[in-house]
Design a protein around this ligand. Structure first.
Ligand code: PMP
Length: 416
């Protein structure tokens, strides 16, 4: 590929994008919810079932060995992709939510005590709020929030510094907001948090699919991600953890695969990463995640990021000209701090109505609280927002058609 990506060429790799929705070519602008899948990922799943479907780890026969090798190989690929040192640091789970809950239920269970503080932020997805609320309730711990800045665009540095001085046991922070696209400087935050004695978990659900990420450079202890947002199937995600921490943690589930030995009254746990993967894994999901990583690496994550920046600036310029439309989050002058997610409101028109008109144009966007009620309802004081989110298969035409859809909404609802 050349110096930038060609979304028209990439679109052809995604079978679903050849379809129509309501008689119009499908324009998919909901990748922050889940991404579409390229043919190579779909074919990888079929290939597994048609050619080497077998349970992993124990089979002493060819196809079981192939399945085991490919499953481990996918962990090596993912480890390399996110800058982890070893595949043993990659635990496969269902999704980001499960990865965060795993940390809360294992590391949290043994390390969080009564009166301890857990620091999160006002822009978190529910999956990085509720597990900590559940843990805090059980343990009598305290949850503190890093506040949004006065413009509601990103996190307040002052609030972060104020909170970190209270020496929380844990900082659990999103890398990129799924509502605003705002990018948090998790590397600096981690450095400061660690100086103050905190363990750090980063929610990478919205970063890993869209930009180069290196967990080693960030320096965090845990990092959570979902395969389905980065071209892989649903039901596969990962928790990265530092070896010494993972080693010190109790397994969450007991059963097959997570043990070395079992007697009538005792067991010994398996090596990493298997200690945390009890029972039969999502084998085809893991292998297909490896194929998704290959696909993204071939394009190059810096190019993915540049493409999304270009599309976002293009969209922001057009959206800013529409009367009555308010974009949430950083403006185009701060594009370095913003990913390809744009939430907006349009006069007093309900986002569900906006979404329905987009649907009639063949465009899929999301409307709602985006699983971030404290931010959307608590801080922005709105019931719901409309959200467009971009990925490698979106082009400027997709934005142009969206602008037509917005103008149509305004006509239908008779707003000037
Ligand atoms: N965190 C963020 C920032 C997200 O955007 C999402 C998904 N919208 C999640 C966590 C949860 O991901 P999953 O539903 O795949 O567990």
């Amino acid at each position: 590929m050349g110096s930038r990506i060609d979304p028209d060429k990439i679109k052809k790799d995604f079978p679903i994008l050849k379809n129509k929705m309501n008689g119009k070519p499908l324009i998919y602008l909901d990748s922050a919810a889940t991404s579409q899948k390229p043919k190579i990922v779909i074919d990888t799943i079929t290939d597994y079932y048609e050619n080497y479907n077998a349970n992993i780890h124990r089979g002493i026969y060819k196809i079981a060995e192939t399945a085991t090798e490919r499953y481990i190989e996918s962990k090596r690929k993912l480890a390399g992709f996110i800058g982890a040192e070893k595949f043993e640091e990659i635990i496969y789970v269902r999704n980001t939510t499960e990865a965060i809950n795993l940390v809360a239920l294992t590391w949290g269970a043994s390390n969080i005590k009564k009166g301890d503080r857990i620091l999160i932020s006002e822009m978190e997805h529910h999956s990085n709020i509720v597990p900590w609320q559940m843990l805090a309730k059980k343990k009598g711990a305290i949850i503190d929030y890093i506040k949004m800045d006065k413009n509601g665009e990103g996190l307040s540095d002052g609030s972060f510094l104020e909170q970190i001085e209270k020496e929380p046991k844990l900082l659990a922070i999103t890398h990129v907001s799924n509502v605003l696209g705002s990018i948090n400087d998790v590397k600096s935050m981690t450095k400061i948090a660690k100086k103050n004695g905190a363990t750090v978990l980063v929610d990478g659900a919205q970063s890993v699919p869209h930009m180069p990420v290196n967990v080693n450079e960030i320096g965090c202890d845990f990092f959570a991600l979902s395969g389905h947002k980065m071209l892989a199937p649903t039901g596969i995600g990962a928790l990265y953890g530092k070896m010494d921490l993972l080693d010190s943690m109790e397994p969450l589930f007991g059963g097959g695969d997570m043990i070395k030995n079992v007697g009538f009254d005792s067991y010994t746990t398996n090596d990493l990463p298997w200690k945390f993967e009890a029972g039969t894994s999502n084998i085809e999901g893991g292998i297909a995640l490896g194929a998704a990583v290959d696909y993204l690496e071939k394009i190059g994550m810096q190019k993915v990021r540049e493409h999304e920046k270009e599309l976002t600036v293009y969209a922001l310029e057009k959206l800013n000209k529409i009367k009555g439309l308010k974009v949430f989050g950083y403006g185009k002058e701060n594009i370095e701090k913003r990913g390809g997610v744009i939430s907006f409101s349009l006069d007093k028109i309900h986002p569900h109505d906006v979404s329905a008109v987009f649907d009639s144009f063949g465009i899929a966007i999301r409307a709602g609280h985006h699983c971030a009620m404290p931010l959307v309802r608590g801080i922005f004081k709105v019931g719901a927002l409309s959200r467009m989110s971009f990925y490698i298969y979106n082009n400027k035409r997709d934005v142009d058609v969206s602008i037509d859809a917005i103008n149509s909404v305004k006509n239908i609802f008779k707003v000037k």
